[in-house]
Design a protein around this ligand. Structure first.
Ligand code: URA
Length: 240
């Protein structure tokens, strides 16, 4: 066996072990495998969600953001991390801000926390391609500190426009920063999580951030309870 193949197999084994551990810690007792009539996060066939008035596209919003210099984070970031996924997403996840790996790759949630988010998506029967993932802040705060209020204020109009462009059925706010920013509510995430709220008419489920779960694996069970509520509601709202 070549070294490359051995390394690849070791990587697959490690990923499988992590997945099994997380499924157990989440308390998943059955996987949401694809149903014949469609998947919960899949883009709807129809394009009439909320009317047909011309909407901005994500490309237009990204172009408007440009090589953003609206806040000091532009001086230290490597790349803007705009968001990724389908513009037809029925479900959007909003995190805090890019970390080191995201800053390097220009994609949201690709570091360790992102790999955990992938496993949560897997347990939900979803893939990255059928949801949309973005952050409150588009640039990495140095040392992974939380974005400052003025940094959030500079980015928020773009997040608002992204959500207006996608107009998902449901939103998941990952962690305190996303939940408190979107809801304009300073209640601690421990009390916000698990309760349906609304953002501009869109049902929003606040839950713990995957980075928090890496430090506090016991929180995974609560996140799975929250995600089961999300899946139930997605199914209820599925187009006939
Ligand atoms: N944490 C976040 O909130 N967002 C990312 O994209 C990565 C880590």
């Amino acid at each position: 066996m070549s070294d490359a193949l051995r390394q690849e197999l070791c990587g697959m084994l490690r990923d499988t072990r992590n997945l099994l551990r997380d499924l157990q810690q989440l308390g998943v007792d059955g996987l949401a495998l694809p149903a014949s009539h469609g998947r919960p996060g899949a883009a709807p066939e129809r394009s009439d969600r909320g009317g047909t008035a011309a909407r901005e596209t994500l490309e237009q919003i990204r172009a408007d953001l440009g090589d953003c210099r609206r806040c000091p984070l532009s001086k230290t970031r490597q790349q803007i991390v705009f968001g990724a996924g389908t513009p037809q997403a029925r479900l959007v996840f909003v995190g805090e801000a890019p970390g080191r790996e995201e800053d390097l790759q220009g994609l949201p949630f690709v570091g360790e926390a992102g790999q955990l988010l992938d496993r949560i998506l897997f347990a939900m029967g979803l893939s990255r391609e059928e949801v949309y993932i973005c952050n409150v802040g588009k640039c990495r705060p140095p040392g992974n500190r939380e974005p400052q209020p003025e940094e959030v204020a500079a980015c928020e109009p773009f997040l608002k426009r992204q959500l207006a462009a996608i107009r998902p059925r449901l939103l998941v706010a990952l962690g305190r920063c996303a939940a408190q920013t979107l809801l304009r509510d300073r209640t601690p995430i421990g009390r916000l999580r698990g309760q349906w709220r609304e953002y501009e008419g869109i049902p929003l489920m606040p839950t713990y951030h995957p980075a928090y779960l890496l430090r506090n694996p016991n929180g995974k069970r609560e996140v799975w309870e929250d995600m089961k509520k999300v899946l139930r509601r997605l199914r209820e709202e599925e187009p006939e």
